[in-house]
Design a protein around this ligand. Structure first.
Ligand code: ADP
Length: 404
């Protein structure tokens, strides 16, 4: 669990409900580690070899039955740890491809999986020259970041150079450099794919990618920045379109060589059929998993922990009610001074929970530089339309005062 993850409470609650013992491995040492040697562990997520050594030594004292990663940062390291412990895992090659966008694009191309055309540049290159080598509109992005950080659409050469410079600054941040290594010297440029976007949450069961949920993203995301806002499931797409999304995602996962555990994919659907924007060997990020419930109220985290232990979760189906989440975007740079309307937002019919994860006094950074949300709003109702309407009404009632 990276220290930046939103998911710690949900994974810990899941483990507690199931009665499993957990060890939280994080990249920053906790002052409590000495007091809880079986429960807390520090590993370097960016150095799989050292993390593996650390966990092997740990596992001699406290045997480990399953390894589950949260968020992109842990995907490579958890596969390496699982391999070292002789547990089921995705190949090193497949998790690398799912983590590094240009590698993913090359693999998908080789397998003829529909996706945007792309071209990889080094930041050494002159952006005006790079601009003359691509078609517009296009999307520029770092090759290894998440949550749309640094993802910028450009419609002409001037905007392209501006976007390039902005990404260059993000890639120059020490923290980003440390995490990205040589990847922080790359910019990926892709053809802009128009159309509706969906997110597919899947899980491998006996070698087959099973869809746990397909989310529509009812807000059109046309850039220049790509803020995630509303996710609603079940999808309102035709059964035929949904099938085509599921098939494309399964082909993409196979092209990368993913075989175990969760898969999260984002696809866009222009008139000629779905194209893969991104596919990752991890589960959904933020607190969005709270929209999902399986069987008689099981959380996604419970399902993932059971699956990682090899317990049978094949029969678990998502509950049939419509559900959705609104990721509250950060409207501007500055200090968060006041939050109003949370009670009013909670009172909207269908709203289940309003979680403000930013705290008063916090300095907020919007996209494309930032990568956090103000919080999350959850809704459940009898139809996706009702869920979407409830989320929009809740958003209307919330007010954030930010001092520049
Ligand atoms: P991240 O991994 O940071 O989320 P993505 O590559 O998934 O980055 O891009 C984030 C969002 O930006 C996507 O969900 C999509 O809305 C938009 N986007 C990215 N690439 C493209 C593209 N080639 N065409 C259209 N939209 C894109």
């Amino acid at each position: 669990l990276p220290t930046t993850t939103y998911r710690t409470p949900d994974f810990l609650a899941a483990a507690e409900r199931l009665g499993f013992d957990v060890t939280v491995a994080s990249e920053e040492a906790s002052t409590l580690e000495g007091l809880n040697p079986s429960g807390l562990l520090t590993v370097d997520f960016d150095n799989a070899a050292s993390a593996v050594e650390r966990v092997k030594e740990f596992a001699r004292r406290f045997p480990v039955d399953a390894v589950v990663g949260a968020d992109d940062e842990t995907v490579i390291v958890s596969a390496a740890i699982a391999e070292a412990l002789g547990l089921p895992h995705n190949s090193a090659d497949s998790v690398l491809a799912a983590r590094h966008k240009p590698t993913m694009r090359r693999r998908l191309d080789e397998a003829h999986v529909p996706q945007p055309r792309f071209r990889l540049f080094s930041i050494e290159e002159e952006p005006s020259r790079a601009a003359s080598a691509v078609a517009f509109p296009c999307v520029l992005k770092p090759t290894f970041l998440a949550a749309s950080r640094g993802v910028i659409r450009a419609d002409d050469a001037t905007r392209f150079t501006e976007a390039w410079r902005r990404i260059e600054k993000i890639l120059a941040e020490p923290d980003v450099q440390r995490r990205g290594g040589e990847w922080s010297r790359e910019i990926l440029v892709e053809e802009y794919v128009p159309g509706a976007e969906v997110a597919l949450e899947g899980l491998f069961r006996e070698g087959e990618l099973v869809t746990l949920a397909l989310f529509d993203k009812p807000d059109l995301m046309e850039g220049p920045f790509f803020e995630e806002t509303i996710y609603v499931t079940p999808s309102r797409l035709s059964e035929e379109a949904q099938q085509s999304v599921r098939d494309t995602a399964a082909r993409a996962a196979a092209a990368l060589g993913l075989r175990h555990g969760p898969v999260h994919a984002e696809l866009r659907i222009p008139p000629d059929g779905p194209r893969v924007i991104e596919i990752a060997g991890r589960s959904i990020g933020g607190l969005c998993s709270r929209t999902l419930r399986f069987g008689t109220g099981m959380s996604l985290e419970e399902l993932l922990l059971k699956d990682a232990l090899g317990l049978d979760v094949a029969q678990e189906k998502r509950e049939s009610r419509a559900a959705g989440v609104l990721m509250l975007p950060i409207p501007g740079v500055g200090k968060l001074e006041e939050i109003r309307g949370a009670a009013e937002a909670r009172a909207v019919r269908g709203i289940e929970e309003v979680t403000i994860s930013a705290h008063l006094g916090q300095r907020l950074v919007p996209l494309p530089e930032g990568s956090r949300y103000l919080g999350f709003v959850f809704a459940r109702a009898e139809s996706p339309e009702r869920v979407e309407a409830a989320l929009r009404e809740a958003h209307r009632r919330l007010e954030f005062r930010i001092r520049a």
